[in-house]
Design a protein around this ligand. Sequence first.
Ligand SMILES: NC(=O)c1ccc[n+]([C@@H]2O[C@H](COP(=O)([O-])OP(=O)(O)OC[C@H]3O[C@@H](n4cnc5c(N)ncnc54)[C@H](O)[C@@H]3O)[C@@H](O)[C@H]2O)c1
Ligand SMILES: O=C(O)C[C@H](O)C(=O)O
Ligand SMILES: [Mg+2]
Length: 643
Amino acid sequence: MEYLNRKVKSNGQIDTRQMNGASNARKKLSETAMSPAPPAPRDKNTNQPEVGKQSLSGSRTCTYSMERDRIGVWGSGDGQSNSKLSGLDRLKHPGLNKGMAFSIEERQAMGIHGLLPPRVKTQEEQVQLCKLSIERYEDPLNKYIYLMGLLDRNEHLFYRFVGENVSQMMPIVYTPTVGLACQKYGLVYRRPRGLFITINDKGYVYDILKNWPETDVRAIVVTDGERILGLGDLGACGMGIPVGKLALYTALAGIKPHQCLPITIDVGTNNQTMLDDPLYIGLRQRRVRGPQYDELIQEFMEAVVKRFGQNCLVQFEDFGNANAFRLLEKYRGKYCTFNDDIQGTAAVAVAGLLASLRLTGKRLSDNVIVFQGAGEASLGIAELCVMAMKAEGTPEQEARGRIYMVDSKGLIVKNRPEGGLNEHKEKFAKDCPPIRTLAEVVDTVKPSVLIGAAAIGGAFSPSILRAMGANNERPVVFALSNPTSKAECTAEEAYVNTDERAIFASGSPFPDYRTKDGRVLRPGQGNNAYIFPGLALGILCAGLVDVSDDFMLLAAEALAEIVSQEDLDQGSLYPPLEHIQECSVKIAKKIVEHAYATGKASVQPPPLNTESFIRSQMYDVRYGRALPPVYDWPHDAPKVNVL
Ligand SMILES: NC(=O)c1ccc[n+]([C@@H]2O[C@H](COP(=O)([O-])OP(=O)(O)OC[C@H]3O[C@@H](n4cnc5c(N)ncnc54)[C@H](O)[C@@H]3O)[C@@H](O)[C@H]2O)c1
Ligand SMILES: O=C(O)C[C@H](O)C(=O)O
Ligand SMILES: [Mg+2]
């Protein structure tokens, strides 16, 4: 493949120490198809590539490919033949296992004939079985356990099953069920998946990263478990979130499973229920904060670069508010990173708002927006709204003036008696007397858009919704808090209390709603899952490090563009979940093009055809061949038969 030999101004060197003979054999094979990477500078003592010591901005060259091979314990590889693992090992390896889809020829050649039932199944038949199996469970947590078990057994099948049934499976691997799974992680935890790095590991973070059996990690989702969805501090049990997010990296954007690494940083938890729970899986101590915490995160970021290279993406997820903003400011532009709760959420919400303009006939700047909550999600969205309004020609101060924020103390106003406004909130503080409740703010300000992201379930009371309906022909109501129990209102409540005129979206899914005149409304899911997979795919394909907010606005615009008139007519501001994989490719394409246009892409040369390059890098859910290719050797000799 032409682009597999492209050079990247970054580090992509592989630490080969943990590669076994099989992967070396695979590597040799792939090297015949790829130009060899130039030797990396070596550490005098360890003779390992000194990747962490390369400069961020300096020109680095190495072979770039998202196809780099590997064999690890949990990952997928491409399921192809060039592995010297034994047949039994391949049956146990989730990335290579095909279960009953191994052909008789493969079973015989691999020495596993007889270990499987005689019948050979197609992958399609296996997908059908998955459907039947999961439907037998009523409890969503059991469905979650089933799906994670499938992932542990057979990755290709898992991703095909989830990818072909996104709207049914996403609520299980993702919100809302993943929230429940995190709360019960001590119960659902079965097999190692991801890395736990604790405060006790300070000084040894790189060694822990080296314990991960995959060498070609391109994307990490990391949490410290302090704000898991709207459920608060779940400590080490937050691991379900990076696992779920990365499952969507593959299912929704084709980023290869073995290139994804979920990480939980365990510095303790302040959740007494967790600390008292005999099943709790993390450190039994209260959260460490201050310099110790910061040093651990700094060491982690440096270790990621040293182990996996400068272009390894680190997505921060579900950190507590103060750390989320601080760490984003500290690392953005310097490391390949973004904060999903601030930036990804901003993009998905602004995409929904841009799409809503086609229903209301307004400009974004014509709206008055009230936020319930002034945290990561709300402030991220508010800042991106300002950027989008400025792009419409509205001066910044005027744009900020159209945005009102309500936090736990009421409307954010200047000279708040309690004080305590941080710099982010200060920028939206209004010059007016304090207003305590959301209901009063809605009555006073008469917003056209009401956005909830404060994890206060039911905060949009019927009377608040009725006021939105009374003040607007088409009120826009976003109940973004997750999981479902934290949603500000249900879709039904939004429709019922506004004479079915509300334009509604929610972070967690709600069922379709039938209107009085028999139309079916399908509320869209305003969840950053529409953004982060495609964004990550674009970042990796371009070798982008500085994920600045112009990329977020671009992603929002790209997503809004995909929304069809039919979607809007059905009441959805987002494309159907069934199309979400196509959304990811379109978003990735915009990201890659913009990265080249702004000189921020480091993968060289630029692709001739961006979309086909992106697609060529994506994971194939279909099984590969388990047997080596059979070809004439020497060419005029009779065909070699492996059996
Ligand atoms: N749909 C999505 O894609 C998406 C993305 C990110 C976050 N979220 C959800 O948004 C919620 C908040 O996340 P966050 O990262 O912004 O959290 P955060 O902790 O940073 O912010 C929460 C905010 O809510 C405010 N708040 C608390 N109690 C309040 C009350 N009674 N009235 C008004 N405001 C109150 C706090 O003052 C704070 O400003 C969570 O439920 C999370 O799951 C959804
Ligand atoms: O995880 C989600 O479903 C969205 C978001 O990242 C959140 O924290 O709620
Ligand atoms: Mg999150």
